[in-house]
Design a protein around this ligand. Structure first.
Ligand code: PMP
Length: 422
């Protein structure tokens, strides 16, 4: 397959750059090649120059059911005829809430929001209100949104703002520990009595897709219990993706609060805060959580249709099988071409980079990987019809089948050949 050319995308990108900074509407997209897509269907994306791509970025994760999943698209289109938001309750909210809580199994109550970023903040505020304490613990390399108190790089264990204009003192509201290090968490919790919450991605998907080492999440749970600290799982990526009940189900550890998004609503912008009634009920007055677009009709319709599909036709075994075969193919092809690609993670979400194959357990391991080299390779993959995140995460959807695996394997083979020739 020859390298794709994209004259129409180039024109559109030039125009976009005069309309919006960097030609993109989210900084996360700055590192991707400037391809303009016409549409997505199942596991495929179609660009404005007539090329197709096997998509393993899935819109940064939300399209777990594939692009435009028919039952979700139809439900949203049908229900939208009722309207969008009323600034009041509507009939779909209870159904969406019941399905969500029943799917999770451990949570008593739910509040819908729109983005993971704001819903993480709601969880942190609730934890502060419940404990009367002010600070929280997070893991180096974790992503909990782009706001001032959570966006950071971690250098020598110290948090540094990751963005110009960020208020550095907001980062002082948290203590940072390495993921997978229960002893470090124990030390921080012992040394400080002002900690309201520990927030953790149960699988650190934004940093090398690092699974928890056996016993880690159990230890985090135990340490939080011992100190009366609220445990928040940020399941924005893992929720409804690793299992219907997310990472909590997959690893058998229950948080006090959890934040969901992405895979929950078939590509629609919905997030949710779920948790124990004793905490969640504080939102009935004392603790403010608001949002004009919370629990909109299209959002609830998307949640109901997506969760119904996930429950009636669980895609988890298929996603695992596709992901495992894909990981194996990538490894074999890279070895054949003599390209030092390394892979780690879970079949539903895994990380590819250049570097030796040593497994990394926390953010410090990232320094050993050639992430910039991989970001270049992601462009080569795009030029051969495979769409992936430049940061190295590959997401597998329920719509990825044998045809996609065959196409992806051929295209990855061609991209590796082109990379090896450089
Ligand atoms: N938490 C995690 C674990 C995430 O991966 C993300 C987004 N990638 C967020 C929070 C923020 O979600 P959103 O982009 O919807 O604000």
């Amino acid at each position: 397959m020859s390298t794709l050319t994209r004259a129409r995308s180039a024109e559109l990108f030039e125009r976009a750059c005069s309309l919006t900074p960097g030609g993109v509407h989210s900084n996360v997209r700055l590192a991707s090649p400037p391809v303009f897509f016409e549409r997505g269907s199942g596991a495929w994306l179609y660009d404005t120059d007539g090329h197709d791509y096997v998509d393993y970025l899935l819109g940064q994760g939300p399209n777990f059911l594939g692009h435009a999943p028919p039952s979700v698209t139809e439900a949203v289109a049908r229900e939208m005829r009722r309207g969008s938001v009323f600034g009041a309750q509507h009939v779909l909210e209870n159904q969406a809430g019941e399905l969500l809580l029943d799917s999770l199994g451990w949570a008593d109550k739910v509040r819908f929001g729109v983005t993971g970023t704001e819903t993480d903040q709601a969880a942190l505020r609730l934890a502060r209100a419940a404990t009367g304490r002010t600070k929280f613990v997070r893991c180096g390399g974790a992503y909990h949104g782009w706001l001032d108190n959570v966006l950071s790089t971690t250098v020598d264990g110290q948090s540094e703002p990751a963005s110009a204009g960020q208020l550095p003192h907001h980062l002082q509201d948290s203590y940072v520990v390495p993921f997978n290090d229960a002893a470090a968490l124990d030390t921080v919790l012992t040394e400080h009595d002002d900690i309201a919450a520990v927030i953790v991605e149960p699988v650190m998907c934004n940093t090398g897709v690092i699974p928890p080492v056996p016993g880690y999440l159990e230890n985090v749970r135990r340490l939080c219990d011992q100190r009366g600290v609220v445990l928040i799982f940020d399941e924005v990526i893992t929720g409804f993706r690793l299992a219907l009940g997310g990472a909590a189900e997959r690893f058998g550890v229950t948080p006090d609060l959890a934040v969901y998004g992405k895979a929950m609503a078939g590509g629609w912008p919905v997030a949710a805060l779920a948790g124990k009634a004793s905490l969640m009920d504080m939102l009935a007055g004392a603790v403010t959580h608001a949002g004009t677009f919370n629990s909109s009709i299209p959002a609830c319709a998307a949640v109901i249709a997506s969760l119904s599909l996930l429950r009636e036709h669980p895609p988890y075994a298929g996603v695992e099988a596709h992901g495992s075969k894909l990981m194996e193919s990538i490894e074999k092809l890279a070895a054949r071409h003599g390209v030092p690609l390394r892979i780690q993670g879970l079949p539903a979400a895994f990380h590819v980079s250049f570097g030796d194959s040593e497994v990394i357990h926390d953010h410090t391991g990232l320094a050993k990987l050639d992430l910039a080299g991989y970001a270049e390779f992601a462009k080569t993959l795009a030029n051969h019809g495979v769409w992936v995140a430049p940061r190295g995460v590959w997401y597998v959807s329920a719509a990825h089948g044998d045809d996609e695996l065959r196409a992806a394997t051929e295209r990855i083979d061609a991209a590796l050949a082109s990379h090896a020739e450089r």
